[in-house]
Design a protein around this ligand. Structure first.
Ligand SMILES: O=C(O)[C@H](O)CO
Length: 334
């Protein structure tokens, strides 16, 4: 790097990553938790060599075309459904993501959501706080066992495998659906068809990338193959499920629960662009558990993400190889 590259960081990012970048680059750091508007984003990114972006930014064709000096976009995360990767590839802009930094915490979150949902942890918490319980009762709030159940994982990448590792500790039998992966790690059984997996599993966990193949992958048709009373857990992207179909399946008692950290309203790819979670889902407090995209929300993981994002960007700027690089919008499901 002859001249110091000019880098925009579009939002707040832990100091550790900024320090790494600052050694080699000049930073324009938006120290804010509120995403930049498209106009502000273009304004600040257009003369930069690199941009660190977050899942709340939309890097579409218009942004990419307006920033014709850009050499690298580094996402502070793993998902890249908010970036027009094909347009980047066409224009020779490198895109880096974080393949491993968030694996373990996201897998923990999936297990936590499943347990909270199936074991009525939030309902119990609410009763204790309201003083509407006498403590132990013989048949009130009975949940379903998580241990020794059948688990189905959609998307068997790093997060899927980290969930399967945890499932072993719960003595679960694990299946996965991922056409791009052949793996027997953690004793998981591959299912060629989603319907086949659905028909076997008590818990379904979604960890796949959102792209045009996985959009509404869990839909009205294939929910009908799910075991009566199954639980669905989503730590990937809201639009991988058809939220309306989930709502109907809960109403019909086809499934017992939906626990999700992610929502269609967050997704740039969502065709229907909902404003928020439907009131129909929100009202089902006994059957649903929701968290506001906290899968990577630990001090440790956010720090690790900042370091790894900075390193990914520097590798590109220095012309070094990095496994963080992605080149096509149709990368596999992991
Ligand atoms: O894809 C990701 O990186 C996460 O969902 C955002 O924290």
């Amino acid at each position: 790097m002859d001249n110091r590259p000019q880098i925009l960081i579009t939002g707040w990012m832990p100091k550790e990553g900024r320090d790494i970048l600052e050694e080699y680059c000049d930073l324009d750091f938006c120290n804010s938790e509120k995403p930049l508007s498209k106009t502000e984003l273009i304004q600040r990114a257009k003369n930069k060599d690199g941009v660190v972006i977050f899942m709340t930014d939309t890097i579409d064709k218009e942004v990419i075309q307006a920033c014709n000096n850009l050499k690298v976009i580094s996402s502070f995360g793993k998902g890249f459904d908010n970036i027009d990767v094909e347009e980047c590839a066409k224009r020779g802009i490198a895109v880096t993501i974080n393949k491993n930094s968030l694996t373990e915490d996201t897998a923990d979150m999936a297990m936590g959501l499943a347990l909270a949902n199936a074991r009525n942890i939030l309902i119990g918490d609410s009763e204790v706080r309201k003083g509407t319980t006498r403590g132990w009762q013989p048949k009130k709030n009975l949940g379903r066992s998580f241990n020794h159940s059948n688990l189905g994982i959609i998307g068997y990448g790093e997060i899927g495998k980290a969930i399967a590792k945890r499932a072993k500790g719960f003595s679960m039998t694990t299946y996965y659906y991922d056409p791009t992966v052949e793996s027997v790690s953690w004793g998981a059984h591959k299912c060629e068809k989603l319907e086949e997996m659905f028909s076997k599993c008590d818990f379904i966990m979604i960890t796949a990338n959102l792209n045009k193949n996985s959009y509404h992958l869990v839909n009205r048709d294939n929910i009908s193959y799910m075991k009566q009373g199954a639980f669905v857990v989503n730590v990937a992207r809201g639009s991988i499920v058809d939220e309306k179909a989930i709502e109907e399946a809960l109403d019909a008692n086809k499934i017992s629960g939906y626990a999700s950290d992610v929502f269609a309203f967050e997704d740039k790819l969502a065709k229907e662009c909902p404003q928020y979670i439907s009131s129909g889902l929100l009202e089902k407090t006994e059957k649903t558990v929701f968290t506001p995209h906290l899968g990577t929300g630990t001090v440790e993981t956010r720090k690790e993400l900042s370091i790894s994002t900075a390193k990914g960007m520097l590798s590109v700027l220095k012309g070094e190889e990095t496994e963080q690089l992605i080149t096509s919008g149709e990368a596999n499901m992991n």
